[in-house]
Design a protein around this ligand. Structure first.
Ligand code: NAD
Length: 485
């Protein structure tokens, strides 16, 4: 078996109410390989009617699903975790094909993504309320936690599996039903995931998948329906704001995992080699197409030259190519827009006075390749340090003292991930307390973990995925006032 074999022709269709079927209109759209633009396969192009069918299916089983024993829900997640893990190589190959990342990296995402199912299989049986005495005496207070109800999940193309499992895992554990709308550029991994959950025994209607080329109309129609109670969105801040506005009419609960502009701070007392190692991970994971990607390298004046030289050498040695080929470190970007946007940011930075250490010139088509690139002396007002780069480009700037580093790090509308390299414990605590970010990595370029509360502040959104907090997004609280007896 290989990647695409995970999907029978049946599985390239919509999954609604436990049935794999064509779109009502019969329409399909092509999924392309970003390494050469060839068509991998066609999938069903669902429209608003299909989306309403999916909501009908989710609503029909919500009550019964919410009352299943938690252990039963947990076991389905656990079985799915085992199945994904057994088929990790195939999942990785499929993901690499549609998204571009190397198979090795895709395996990392499969392990990370599956872990949310294991974690939430364990959380399903730990949903509990409270019992307390009224402080004034007399009555008693009881709280009951209930599934929030049918959910809509909208996911991005950059982590086709993990951005889904971070939502589906806790929703299943909490007893919610759901409709998932994967990114149109990478729907295949999500379809393979749905087939796996079906095999693991997930009852019909709990999970419904609608692939579409018209996400906007679908989300609008579904969110205008008061039966939908929750929307969890991962994607750009611009679209996130549209979704939040749409949620106002029917007051759906919303969780928002949005864009980032992560600072990567290297203090003068840091182990520079370790910082370069961490920088390679924080920058190059997913070819830089990660919301947690280090976007601005803030390096103390005294170690900036050493850091930039070493980073340039490491970045320049990476092999760019097709993600499924042996020996390749860096796959293609997702599409031409991505290449154009990264190229523009680099060109503008050079125009602003930055200097190229390595890279800087897009590859030849038809694939969407851009080489690992390092820029130094980047002015702090340059667009490349203000915007999410979403590509394999490291922009290095310098600072003189701790206050300046923190002020500059916080000088962004975003607040998702941040990274700090220092060997001073007091500084670690001071800096972590002052950074306005949802996540701070200390001497580490990799912070994602199913047990960690993942999420941002400011324009990076709100709500947390993973950890103990993750399931709260899918539970409502009912308080019951009781007499003292
Ligand atoms: P995007 O916002 O363009 O698309 C995300 C999803 O929204 C896709 O499924 C898309 O089809 C859908 N969509 C687009 N317009 C829509 C509309 N008007 N109404 C409803 N749905 C719509 O983002 P993208 O380019 O797919 O992903 C990259 C962005 O995602 C980056 O900004 C990145 O930082 C962010 N991201 C954040 C996290 C996080 O956890 N915070 C994780 C991964 C990616």
């Amino acid at each position: 078996m290989s990647g695409l074999d995970l999907l029978t022709p049946d599985h390239r269709r919509l999954f609604i109410g436990g049935t794999w079927r064509e779109a009502n209109s019969g329409a399909t759209f092509a999924v392309r390989d970003p390494a050469d633009q060839s068509v991998i396969t066609e999938v069903a192009d669902g429209d608003v009617n299909d989306a309403v069918d999916a909501l009908d299916a989710a609503v029909a089983v919500q009550d019964e699903w919410g009352r299943t024993p938690p252990r039963e829900r947990g076991e389905i997640l656990r079985r799915s975790f085992e199945l994904i893990t057994q088929r990790a190589d195939d999942f990785a190959e499929l993901m690499s094909l549609e998204m571009g990342k190397t198979v090795k990296e895709a395996k990392g995402e499969v392990a990370y993504g599956a872990e949310f199912f294991r974690w939430f299989s364990e959380e399903a049986v730990r949903i509990h309320g409270r019992w307390m005495q009224n402080p004034a005496g007399g009555s008693r207070l009881l709280t009951i936690r209930k599934p929030v109800g049918p959910c809509l999940f909208i996911t991005p193309w950059n982590f086709p599996l993990a951005m889904g499992t971070r939502k589906i895992g806790p929703a299943i554990a909490a007893g919610c039903t759901m409709i998932v709308k994967p990114a149109e550029l990478t729907p295949l991994t999500m379809l393979a995931l749905a087939a796996t959950l079906e095999e693991a025994g997930l009852p019909a209607g709990v999970l419904n998948i609608v692939t579409t080329s018209d996400s906007k109309s679908l989300s609008k129609a579904l969110m205008a329906d008061d039966r939908l109670r929750k929307v969890s969105f991962t994607g750009s801040t611009t679209v996130g704001k549209v979704i939040i506005r749409q949620s106002a009419d029917e007051l759906q609960r919303v969780s928002m995992e949005l864009g980032g502009n992560a600072p990567f701070i290297v203090f003068e007392d840091a182990d520079v080699d370790a910082a370069v190692e961490g920088a390679m991970i924080a920058k190059m994971r997913n070819m830089g197409e990660a919301c947690t990607a280090a976007n601005r390298f803030l390096v103390h004046d005294s170690v900036a030259a050493e850091f930039a030289d070493k980073l340039g050498a490491r970045m320049g040695a990476l092999v760019v190519g097709r993600g499924q080929d042996d020996g390749v470190d860096v796959g293609p970007l997702i599409d031409q827009n991505a290449v154009d946007s990264v190229s523009q940011l680099v060109t503008d930075a050079v125009h602003d006075g930055a200097r190229l250490v390595v890279g800087g010139k897009p590859g030849e088509g038809p694939g969407f390749f851009y080489p690992p690139t390092v820029l130094v002396d980047v002015p702090s007002e340059s667009e490349i340090v203000r915007q999410e780069i979403f590509g394999p480009v490291a922009a290095v700037t310098t600072f003189a003292d701790e206050d300046e580093a923190i002020t500059r790090a916080n000088d962004t509308e975003y607040g998702l991930a941040s990274y700090v390299y220092t060997r001073d414990l007091s500084r670690t605590i001071r800096v972590a307390e002052r950074l306005q970010f949802g996540m701070v990595g200390i001497n580490s370029g990799l912070i994602s973990n199913a047990a960690a509360p993942f999420g941002g502040v400011k324009a990076s959104g709100f709500g947390r995925e993973g950890s103990f907090e993750g399931i709260d997004e899918y539970l409502d609280t009912t308080y019951v006032a009781l007499p003292a007896g």
